[in-house]
Structure formats: C-alpha cells, structure tokens
Design a protein around this ligand. Structure first.
Ligand SMILES: Cc1ncc(COP(=O)(O)O)c(C=O)c1O
Length: 400
C-alpha cells in the first residue's frame, strides 16, 4: 500500500485540530479526505514470501480482522493524539475496555483498589468475575488520597477510578494519587469517560492508563457502542494481546462513525460544558431542587481540584429533586426535550433517575447505602440551546 506523504499535524496542536486531522492523513492509500470503512474480515497476502516477511516482523500490515483494521487504526492514532498517549486499543464497548484491561493487567491473587462511586457494571465485573481469579478488592471513597494510601497492600497492582465519577461527579486529584501510587508500585487507571480528553488529559497528570466508554462523548451521537484504552506502548502491549484473544474488537462501521464523531469533539465539548454550567447554576437557585452536584459549582466538594486539573467540567449534572419518588417521576416525565434513556455524552439531552435506571433491583436500604436516593436525577446536556433546556426544566419542575 503506497502512503501519501503529507504528514499528520505535529504534536502540541490544539484538541480540535488533532480531533479533525490526527491519525488520518499520513496513512491513506488514496487521496480520500476521509478514511474509508474497510469492510473486510481478513487481508490477503501476495505469496508465502510476503507472509513470511510479515511473520518475521519485516513488513508492517494488516493480517486478520481481530488483530487490526485500517479504519479502527485511524481512530486509535487520533485518540493517541488527543490523550497524549503512545498507543491506543479500541474495543467493542466501554465495558469491554475495562474488563479486558483488568484481565490483561491484574496478576492472579493480586489486590485492586476502586472507588465507590463507579459505573455499576464495572463493580459487578469486579465482584462476580475477578474474585474467581483470586483478586481481592478494596473500595474507597473517591477523591480521598489518604484513604487510597491506607488501602495499599504489598500485592496491590492497580488503582482504578472514574474521574469525574458516576453519578456524583467526584474528581480525583490525579497528580497526587499518582505520586502516592508510584511510591508503592501501583498502576493508576482512570476511566475518563465523563471528562473526555478535551476537559482532562489524565496521562499528562501521570496516570498509567486512560480508558473510555467511547459510546459517550468520543462518539458523541448516541449511535455506536465502543471503548478505548490509551497509554504507553509498554502498558498497552498486554492489553492489545488480550483483545486479540478475547475478541472484543470494534467493527469497521462503528470505527468510522467514531472517527466522524471525533472530528467535532472540541466543538461539542465546548457546548456540553457551557450548557451544563448554566443548567447547574440555574438548578442550584431553584426552590424545588435540594442539591446539585457539578464540578463547575463552588458548592461541589471537588471544585478546587477540578478547577486545577480540568479545562471544562463536562455535560452531566446530577441533582436531587426536593420530593418523593412519585414526584421525581412526575418531574422526569414532564420534560419534553431530553429523552428518558441511559447513557450520556451525545448531542441529544438525556435524563434518567438512577434509582429506576440502574438500581431498581436492589432493596431501598442498599440503594441508599450507595447514595442512590429516590429524588436523584442525572441529566446529560446535549448540544441544544441552553435557554430551551432551562425553560423545559422550569415547566417540568412546576408539575411535580
Ligand atoms: C463511566 C463509564 N464507564 C464505562 C461505561 C461502560 O461503557 P459501555 O456502555 O460503552 O460499555 C459506562 C457506561 O455508562 C460509564 O458511564
């Protein structure tokens, strides 16, 4: 395959330039401006000599669709640019990124530290499957570096946390956490789904690995499921090997949609950040709202850390409506613009009550122990006009 000679933009360009141009120009077989969808499961060799050269590492090319595809390789390069990492691996979903990473990096019978405010399925994987490998887990409060240090054991291999977390949007002091982790040889893995590389680049703060549910802001259009892990060549190598064996790869169509979605990441994040900040401030003043969690508000426990580490606070606002379960349901149902749906990070606003969406199967006292109250609402701002979203919220709150 002959490569065209105009190189990808150099490192150090802004996130929007990298999002539009990164990873694509220097790798095109033709002069197409957009990377095509390579809809193929396998790649042919001219003769056995070519195959032998490939097997001996003298030739870099694709072989079989589970090990690589030019469409998803373009996404991987673009995400390296955006996160400031050496290597990226794409996965079929965010869950696949987390589970494959755990399986690849955790030694048998080792120890893992995770934070309590965490996507429920990640927690389920740890409890239900990692225990079978003898992995012991300690759960700590997010954003408490002292508790993290106290939890470290001789066999602790990984500290895994979201930042911001779900649903309370706690922000981890990554540089301080990394400083402590390094003293004990613990790897720090940050699920940056809620931040996106536009708002926070955890690798620059010293994290060993960043993972994403690319289903959310990276894809940005509520139309694909995908995941990604980004880090050094050294840390990614066993993860890439694991995805080749476990098989949770993305497909070329989803990779193309992800590539397309990524091009507007900078613009979309700007609007998500602005919408969420305005809505959070408006909600905080509303008499029917008991509490708002948004890192861009001074009232948020991690506002200072978030202001230091993040260049924007994201598009999700979590709040407690001052009513009972039925009142909260009346409020959610009265909203006319957001869809009632799980997920976040797309151009369409989505609204959900965690109690119904993810935790309804648990007894109420167990839900409350996890901080999931009856009036809790998670609102993922889309890129709509903020005045329209606020007017819609206002009329919905009047109907409680
Ligand atoms: C923070 C976080 N990580 C991971 C996931 C899982 O991602 P996916 O749904 O793409 O498997 C989610 C899903 O909501 C999430 O919110």
């Amino acid at each position: 395959m002959s490569k065209r000679s105009r190189p990808d933009p150099p490192e150090g360009r802004g996130p929007s330039t990298q999002a539009v141009h990164g990873g694509e120009r220097d790798h095109q077989a033709t002069a197409a401006v957009t990377t095509p969808i390579y809809q193929t499961s396998t790649f042919w060799f001219r003769d056995s000599a070519e195959l032998r050269d490939y097997a001996e590492g003298k030739l870099v090319r694709e072989e079989y669709g589970r090990y690589g595809n030019p469409t998803w390789k373009a996404v991987e390069r673009k995400l390296c640019d955006l996160e400031g990492g050496e290597e990226t691996v794409l996965f079929a979903s965010g869950m696949c990124a987390a589970t494959t990473t755990f399986l690849a990096l955790l030694p048998r019978d080792s120890h893992l530290i995770v934070t309590s405010d965490c996507y429920r399925r990640t927690r389920q994987f740890i409890r239900q499957y990692l225990t079978k490998l003898g992995v012991e887990t300690t759960v700590i409060e997010p954003a408490d570096v002292k508790k993290f240090e106290d939890a470290i054991q001789d066999d602790t291999a990984i500290f895994f946390t979201e930042s911001p977390t779900n649903p309370y949007l706690r922000v981890i002091d990554v540089p301080e956490t990394v400083r402590v982790a390094r003293e004990h040889g613990v790897k720090v893995v940050i699920d940056s789904t809620f931040a996106s590389p536009v708002n926070h680049r955890a690798l620059e703060d010293g994290a060993d690995l960043v993972i994403h549910s690319a289903t959310k802001y990276l894809g940005g259009h509520n139309d694909i499921l995908a995941g990604a892990a980004i880090g050094s060549k050294e840390i990614i190598s066993p993860i890439r090997e694991a995805v080749g064996v476990l098989g949770g790869i993305t497909d070329a169509n989803s990779a193309f949609l992800l590539l397309r979605g990524l091009k507007t990441l900078g613009l979309r994040m700007e609007r998500h950040n602005q919408n969420a900040q305005r809505i959070a401030e408006w909600l905080e003043e509303h008499p029917r709202i008991a509490r708002v969690w948004y890192p861009g508000l001074e009232s948020h426990p991690d506002h200072a850390v978030a202001s230091r580490l993040m260049s924007g606070f994201g598009g999700v606002v979590t709040f407690e409506v001052d009513t009972d379960l039925d009142g909260a349901i009346r409020f959610v149902d009265a909203n006319r613009i957001p869809y009632i749906a799980p997920s976040l990070g797309g151009v369409e606003a989505l609204i959900e009550m965690p109690v119904l969406m993810s935790f309804w199967d648990l007894p109420r006292e167990d839900r409350l122990a996890l901080g999931i109250t009856d009036g809790l609402v998670r609102y993922s701002c889309g890129i709509e006009d903020p005045e329209d979203l606020i007017a819609d919220l206002a009329q919905a709150l009047d109907q409680i």
